[in-house]
Design a protein around this ligand. Structure first.
Ligand code: UFG
Length: 325
Protein backbone atom coordinates (compact mmCIF):
# COMPACT_ATOMS: atom_id res chain seq x y z
CA UNK A 1 0.00 0.00 0.00
CA UNK A 2 1.34 3.46 -0.85
CA UNK A 3 2.41 5.37 2.26
CA UNK A 4 2.10 9.08 2.92
CA UNK A 5 5.59 10.14 4.00
CA UNK A 6 7.59 13.16 5.05
CA UNK A 7 11.25 13.19 3.98
CA UNK A 8 13.24 15.78 5.91
CA UNK A 9 16.46 16.75 4.17
CA UNK A 10 15.06 15.41 0.90
CA UNK A 11 16.92 18.08 -1.10
CA UNK A 12 20.28 16.75 0.11
CA UNK A 13 22.43 13.93 -1.22
CA UNK A 14 21.09 10.79 0.49
CA UNK A 15 17.66 12.33 1.15
CA UNK A 16 17.06 13.19 -2.51
CA UNK A 17 18.03 9.70 -3.68
CA UNK A 18 15.75 8.15 -1.09
CA UNK A 19 12.89 10.52 -1.98
CA UNK A 20 13.36 9.56 -5.65
CA UNK A 21 13.23 5.83 -4.79
CA UNK A 22 10.10 6.35 -2.66
CA UNK A 23 8.36 8.20 -5.50
CA UNK A 24 9.45 5.44 -7.93
CA UNK A 25 7.90 2.90 -5.54
CA UNK A 26 4.57 4.76 -5.63
CA UNK A 27 4.61 6.45 -2.22
CA UNK A 28 3.19 9.91 -1.56
CA UNK A 29 6.26 12.01 -0.66
CA UNK A 30 6.54 15.45 0.93
CA UNK A 31 10.09 16.77 1.13
CA UNK A 32 10.92 19.28 3.87
CA UNK A 33 14.28 21.00 3.53
CA UNK A 34 15.60 24.40 4.60
CA UNK A 35 18.07 24.38 1.68
CA UNK A 36 20.95 25.22 4.04
CA UNK A 37 22.99 22.53 2.31
CA UNK A 38 20.44 20.98 -0.07
CA UNK A 39 19.33 22.12 -3.53
CA UNK A 40 15.71 22.82 -4.54
CA UNK A 41 16.30 21.19 -7.95
CA UNK A 42 17.34 17.95 -6.22
CA UNK A 43 13.79 17.39 -4.97
CA UNK A 44 12.49 14.63 -7.28
CA UNK A 45 9.60 15.16 -9.68
CA UNK A 46 6.42 13.81 -8.16
CA UNK A 47 7.31 14.89 -4.61
CA UNK A 48 5.77 17.88 -2.87
CA UNK A 49 8.31 20.37 -1.53
CA UNK A 50 7.97 22.50 1.60
CA UNK A 51 10.91 24.82 2.22
CA UNK A 52 11.70 25.25 5.90
CA UNK A 53 13.21 23.83 9.06
CA UNK A 54 12.27 20.18 9.73
CA UNK A 55 11.28 20.81 13.37
CA UNK A 56 9.35 23.96 12.53
CA UNK A 57 7.45 22.63 9.55
CA UNK A 58 6.58 19.29 11.18
CA UNK A 59 4.63 21.03 13.99
CA UNK A 60 1.83 21.86 11.53
CA UNK A 61 2.51 19.62 8.52
CA UNK A 62 2.14 16.35 10.46
CA UNK A 63 -1.43 17.34 11.38
CA UNK A 64 -2.31 16.24 7.80
CA UNK A 65 -1.93 12.63 8.92
CA UNK A 66 1.24 10.95 7.69
CA UNK A 67 2.25 7.28 7.87
CA UNK A 68 5.84 8.09 8.64
CA UNK A 69 8.86 10.34 8.59
CA UNK A 70 12.27 9.65 7.09
CA UNK A 71 14.57 12.04 8.90
CA UNK A 72 17.69 12.91 6.88
CA UNK A 73 17.95 16.64 7.67
CA UNK A 74 21.14 17.18 9.68
CA UNK A 75 24.49 18.87 9.89
CA UNK A 76 27.04 16.26 8.82
CA UNK A 77 30.56 17.68 8.65
CA UNK A 78 32.83 16.02 11.18
CA UNK A 79 35.44 18.82 11.18
CA UNK A 80 32.84 21.57 11.58
CA UNK A 81 31.22 19.65 14.44
CA UNK A 82 34.46 19.93 16.41
CA UNK A 83 34.84 23.67 15.78
CA UNK A 84 31.18 24.61 16.28
CA UNK A 85 29.57 21.94 18.49
CA UNK A 86 26.54 24.08 19.32
CA UNK A 87 25.52 24.04 15.66
CA UNK A 88 25.38 20.22 15.89
CA UNK A 89 23.66 19.92 19.30
CA UNK A 90 21.01 22.41 18.23
CA UNK A 91 20.82 21.53 14.54
CA UNK A 92 20.78 17.77 15.06
CA UNK A 93 19.64 16.90 18.60
CA UNK A 94 17.22 19.74 19.32
CA UNK A 95 15.67 19.57 15.86
CA UNK A 96 15.18 15.81 16.17
CA UNK A 97 13.61 16.10 19.64
CA UNK A 98 11.16 18.68 18.37
CA UNK A 99 10.38 16.45 15.41
CA UNK A 100 9.81 13.45 17.73
CA UNK A 101 7.44 15.56 19.87
CA UNK A 102 5.52 16.72 16.79
CA UNK A 103 5.23 13.11 15.61
CA UNK A 104 3.92 12.12 19.01
CA UNK A 105 1.46 15.02 19.14
CA UNK A 106 0.06 14.15 15.72
CA UNK A 107 0.23 10.37 16.11
CA UNK A 108 2.71 9.78 13.25
CA UNK A 109 3.48 6.08 13.67
CA UNK A 110 6.85 5.43 11.92
CA UNK A 111 10.33 6.92 11.85
CA UNK A 112 13.41 6.00 9.84
CA UNK A 113 16.45 7.91 11.06
CA UNK A 114 19.82 8.55 9.38
CA UNK A 115 22.38 7.48 11.93
CA UNK A 116 26.05 6.90 11.24
CA UNK A 117 29.08 4.69 11.74
CA UNK A 118 30.51 7.72 13.54
CA UNK A 119 28.41 6.66 16.59
CA UNK A 120 30.93 3.83 17.13
CA UNK A 121 34.02 6.02 17.15
CA UNK A 122 37.17 3.96 16.80
CA UNK A 123 36.22 0.39 17.71
CA UNK A 124 38.84 -2.32 17.88
CA UNK A 125 36.63 -4.75 15.99
CA UNK A 126 36.42 -5.04 12.21
CA UNK A 127 33.88 -5.55 10.79
CA UNK A 128 31.72 -3.60 13.27
CA UNK A 129 28.45 -5.18 14.48
CA UNK A 130 25.60 -3.16 16.05
CA UNK A 131 26.62 -4.58 19.44
CA UNK A 132 30.00 -2.78 19.31
CA UNK A 133 30.52 -0.12 21.99
CA UNK A 134 29.42 3.36 20.93
CA UNK A 135 32.19 5.81 21.76
CA UNK A 136 32.08 8.57 19.18
CA UNK A 137 35.33 10.45 18.57
CA UNK A 138 33.63 13.56 17.20
CA UNK A 139 30.69 15.80 18.04
CA UNK A 140 28.81 14.83 14.88
CA UNK A 141 28.80 11.17 15.95
CA UNK A 142 27.91 12.13 19.53
CA UNK A 143 24.83 14.07 18.38
CA UNK A 144 23.63 11.20 16.19
CA UNK A 145 24.11 8.76 19.07
CA UNK A 146 22.16 11.05 21.42
CA UNK A 147 19.28 11.08 18.91
CA UNK A 148 19.42 7.27 18.64
CA UNK A 149 19.05 7.08 22.43
CA UNK A 150 16.11 9.50 22.39
CA UNK A 151 14.38 7.54 19.62
CA UNK A 152 14.74 4.31 21.60
CA UNK A 153 13.06 5.77 24.66
CA UNK A 154 10.24 7.37 22.61
CA UNK A 155 9.63 4.09 20.80
CA UNK A 156 9.36 2.10 24.02
CA UNK A 157 7.35 4.71 25.95
CA UNK A 158 5.04 5.94 23.22
CA UNK A 159 4.74 3.06 20.76
CA UNK A 160 6.68 4.69 17.92
CA UNK A 161 7.90 2.24 15.24
CA UNK A 162 11.48 3.34 14.71
CA UNK A 163 14.55 2.29 12.76
CA UNK A 164 17.99 3.90 12.87
CA UNK A 165 20.21 3.15 9.92
CA UNK A 166 23.92 3.56 10.57
CA UNK A 167 25.53 4.52 7.29
CA UNK A 168 29.15 3.80 6.56
CA UNK A 169 30.72 5.75 3.63
CA UNK A 170 28.00 6.64 1.17
CA UNK A 171 29.12 7.17 -2.43
CA UNK A 172 27.95 6.99 -6.04
CA UNK A 173 24.87 8.58 -7.58
CA UNK A 174 21.35 7.63 -8.60
CA UNK A 175 20.55 9.09 -12.02
CA UNK A 176 20.50 12.86 -11.70
CA UNK A 177 20.70 12.63 -7.89
CA UNK A 178 24.17 12.73 -6.42
CA UNK A 179 26.63 14.41 -4.14
CA UNK A 180 27.16 18.15 -4.60
CA UNK A 181 28.23 19.90 -1.46
CA UNK A 182 29.31 23.53 -1.56
CA UNK A 183 32.11 22.62 0.83
CA UNK A 184 33.30 19.19 -0.30
CA UNK A 185 35.16 17.12 2.28
CA UNK A 186 34.43 13.58 1.07
CA UNK A 187 37.13 11.54 -0.59
CA UNK A 188 35.50 10.32 -3.83
CA UNK A 189 34.03 13.68 -4.96
CA UNK A 190 37.34 15.38 -4.11
CA UNK A 191 39.32 12.86 -6.16
CA UNK A 192 36.90 13.30 -9.06
CA UNK A 193 37.41 17.07 -8.88
CA UNK A 194 41.06 16.39 -9.69
CA UNK A 195 39.94 14.40 -12.74
CA UNK A 196 37.78 17.30 -13.96
CA UNK A 197 40.60 19.79 -13.41
CA UNK A 198 38.80 21.70 -10.64
CA UNK A 199 41.54 20.69 -8.25
CA UNK A 200 45.24 20.11 -8.90
CA UNK A 201 45.81 17.10 -6.67
CA UNK A 202 44.36 15.08 -3.83
CA UNK A 203 45.86 15.20 -0.38
CA UNK A 204 46.07 11.81 1.36
CA UNK A 205 45.40 12.35 5.06
CA UNK A 206 48.07 10.18 6.60
CA UNK A 207 49.89 7.03 5.52
CA UNK A 208 51.04 5.89 8.94
CA UNK A 209 47.86 3.99 9.83
CA UNK A 210 48.12 0.33 10.84
CA UNK A 211 46.67 -0.84 7.48
CA UNK A 212 48.20 -2.67 4.49
CA UNK A 213 49.26 0.47 2.62
CA UNK A 214 49.23 2.83 5.62
CA UNK A 215 46.17 4.81 4.50
CA UNK A 216 42.78 4.73 6.23
CA UNK A 217 40.25 2.06 5.25
CA UNK A 218 36.50 2.67 4.75
CA UNK A 219 33.45 0.71 3.65
CA UNK A 220 31.94 2.46 0.61
CA UNK A 221 28.26 1.83 -0.02
CA UNK A 222 26.31 2.82 -3.12
CA UNK A 223 23.67 5.46 -2.39
CA UNK A 224 20.98 3.49 -4.29
CA UNK A 225 21.58 0.39 -2.13
CA UNK A 226 21.46 2.64 0.92
CA UNK A 227 18.17 4.21 -0.19
CA UNK A 228 16.65 0.77 -0.75
CA UNK A 229 17.40 -0.14 2.86
CA UNK A 230 15.14 2.76 3.91
CA UNK A 231 12.21 1.30 1.98
CA UNK A 232 12.77 -2.05 3.66
CA UNK A 233 13.09 -0.35 7.06
CA UNK A 234 9.67 1.27 6.58
CA UNK A 235 8.18 -2.17 5.93
CA UNK A 236 9.83 -3.76 8.95
CA UNK A 237 9.34 -1.03 11.56
CA UNK A 238 7.21 -2.29 14.47
CA UNK A 239 5.29 -0.22 17.03
CA UNK A 240 7.16 0.09 20.32
CA UNK A 241 10.46 -1.09 18.87
CA UNK A 242 13.62 0.76 17.92
CA UNK A 243 15.80 -1.26 15.60
CA UNK A 244 19.35 -0.32 14.63
CA UNK A 245 21.07 -1.54 11.47
CA UNK A 246 24.55 -0.99 10.08
CA UNK A 247 24.66 -0.39 6.35
CA UNK A 248 27.85 -1.15 4.48
CA UNK A 249 29.18 -3.74 2.06
CA UNK A 250 31.52 -5.35 4.55
CA UNK A 251 34.62 -4.69 2.43
CA UNK A 252 37.17 -2.02 3.21
CA UNK A 253 39.10 0.05 0.68
CA UNK A 254 42.08 2.22 1.55
CA UNK A 255 42.42 5.85 0.45
CA UNK A 256 45.05 4.73 -2.06
CA UNK A 257 42.74 2.02 -3.44
CA UNK A 258 39.97 4.60 -3.88
CA UNK A 259 42.31 6.93 -5.76
CA UNK A 260 43.45 4.02 -7.94
CA UNK A 261 39.83 3.08 -8.73
CA UNK A 262 39.19 6.72 -9.71
CA UNK A 263 42.23 6.65 -12.00
CA UNK A 264 40.92 3.52 -13.72
CA UNK A 265 37.40 4.90 -14.14
CA UNK A 266 38.38 8.39 -15.31
CA UNK A 267 41.60 7.62 -17.19
CA UNK A 268 43.13 10.63 -15.43
CA UNK A 269 46.52 10.26 -13.65
CA UNK A 270 45.13 12.02 -10.50
CA UNK A 271 48.24 13.27 -8.71
CA UNK A 272 48.23 12.57 -4.97
CA UNK A 273 50.36 14.01 -2.17
CA UNK A 274 50.67 12.60 1.32
CA UNK A 275 49.88 14.95 4.20
CA UNK A 276 49.22 14.56 7.93
CA UNK A 277 46.29 12.75 9.48
CA UNK A 278 42.94 14.52 9.78
CA UNK A 279 41.92 14.87 13.43
CA UNK A 280 39.35 12.34 14.59
CA UNK A 281 39.76 9.92 11.65
CA UNK A 282 39.66 6.25 12.69
CA UNK A 283 42.04 3.87 10.89
CA UNK A 284 39.48 1.28 9.78
CA UNK A 285 35.67 1.45 9.57
CA UNK A 286 34.03 -1.59 7.99
CA UNK A 287 30.44 -2.65 8.60
CA UNK A 288 29.06 -5.99 9.67
CA UNK A 289 25.59 -5.63 8.18
CA UNK A 290 24.38 -9.20 8.71
CA UNK A 291 21.48 -7.90 10.79
CA UNK A 292 20.14 -5.74 7.94
CA UNK A 293 20.56 -8.65 5.55
CA UNK A 294 18.81 -11.13 7.83
CA UNK A 295 16.04 -9.01 9.32
CA UNK A 296 15.32 -6.56 6.49
CA UNK A 297 16.22 -8.88 3.61
CA UNK A 298 18.58 -6.16 2.40
CA UNK A 299 21.04 -7.13 -0.30
CA UNK A 300 23.38 -4.45 -1.68
CA UNK A 301 23.71 -4.88 -5.44
CA UNK A 302 26.30 -2.31 -6.44
CA UNK A 303 29.24 -3.47 -4.35
CA UNK A 304 32.12 -3.11 -6.83
CA UNK A 305 34.05 0.05 -5.94
CA UNK A 306 34.68 0.75 -9.65
CA UNK A 307 30.93 0.73 -10.36
CA UNK A 308 30.28 3.05 -7.43
CA UNK A 309 32.98 5.46 -8.63
CA UNK A 310 31.72 5.16 -12.23
CA UNK A 311 28.24 6.33 -11.15
CA UNK A 312 29.73 9.25 -9.22
CA UNK A 313 31.89 10.11 -12.24
CA UNK A 314 28.95 10.03 -14.66
CA UNK A 315 26.99 12.28 -12.29
CA UNK A 316 29.94 14.70 -12.04
CA UNK A 317 30.31 14.88 -15.81
CA UNK A 318 26.55 15.34 -16.36
CA UNK A 319 26.49 18.21 -13.84
CA UNK A 320 29.42 19.90 -15.54
CA UNK A 321 27.69 19.47 -18.89
CA UNK A 322 24.53 21.07 -17.49
CA UNK A 323 26.49 23.90 -15.88
CA UNK A 324 28.33 24.66 -19.13
CA UNK A 325 25.22 24.72 -21.34
N1 UFG B 1 40.50 11.60 2.87
C1 UFG B 1 41.72 11.96 2.33
N2 UFG B 1 41.79 13.09 1.58
C2 UFG B 1 40.70 13.90 1.36
C3 UFG B 1 39.46 13.52 1.93
C4 UFG B 1 39.40 12.36 2.68
O1 UFG B 1 42.73 11.27 2.49
O2 UFG B 1 40.84 14.94 0.70
C5 UFG B 1 40.42 10.35 3.64
C6 UFG B 1 39.92 10.56 5.05
O3 UFG B 1 40.96 10.91 5.91
C7 UFG B 1 39.29 9.20 5.36
C8 UFG B 1 38.79 8.72 3.98
O4 UFG B 1 39.48 9.51 3.03
O5 UFG B 1 40.27 8.32 5.81
C9 UFG B 1 37.30 8.93 3.80
O6 UFG B 1 37.01 10.29 4.16
P1 UFG B 1 35.56 10.95 3.94
O7 UFG B 1 35.67 12.36 4.41
O8 UFG B 1 35.11 10.70 2.55
O9 UFG B 1 34.61 10.11 4.89
P2 UFG B 1 34.75 9.82 6.45
O10 UFG B 1 35.12 8.37 6.56
O11 UFG B 1 35.61 10.77 7.16
O12 UFG B 1 33.30 10.16 6.96
C10 UFG B 1 32.12 9.57 6.45
C11 UFG B 1 30.99 10.56 6.54
C12 UFG B 1 30.74 10.95 7.95
C13 UFG B 1 30.50 9.75 8.77
C14 UFG B 1 31.61 8.76 8.58
C15 UFG B 1 31.26 7.51 9.27
O13 UFG B 1 31.31 11.69 5.82
O14 UFG B 1 29.62 11.79 8.01
O15 UFG B 1 31.79 8.49 7.21
O16 UFG B 1 32.02 6.47 8.80
F1 UFG B 1 30.45 10.10 10.07
Amino acid sequence: RPLKLVVTGGAGYVGSVCAARLVEAGHDVTVVDDLSTGHADAVPEGARFVEGDAAEVSQTLLADGFDGVLHFAAKSLVGESMQDPGKYWHGNVLTSLRLLDAMRAHGTPRLVFSSTAATYGEPDVAPIPESAPTQPTNTYGATKLAIDHAIGTYARAHGLAAVSLRYFNVAGAHGRFGERHTTETHLIPIVLQVATGERGQVQIYGEDYPTDDGTAVRDYIHVTDLADAHLLALDHARAGEHRIYNLGNGTGFSVRQVIEACREVTGHPIPAAVGGRRAGDPAVLVAASDRAREELGWKPERTDLRDIVADAWRFTQDRRGTAAS
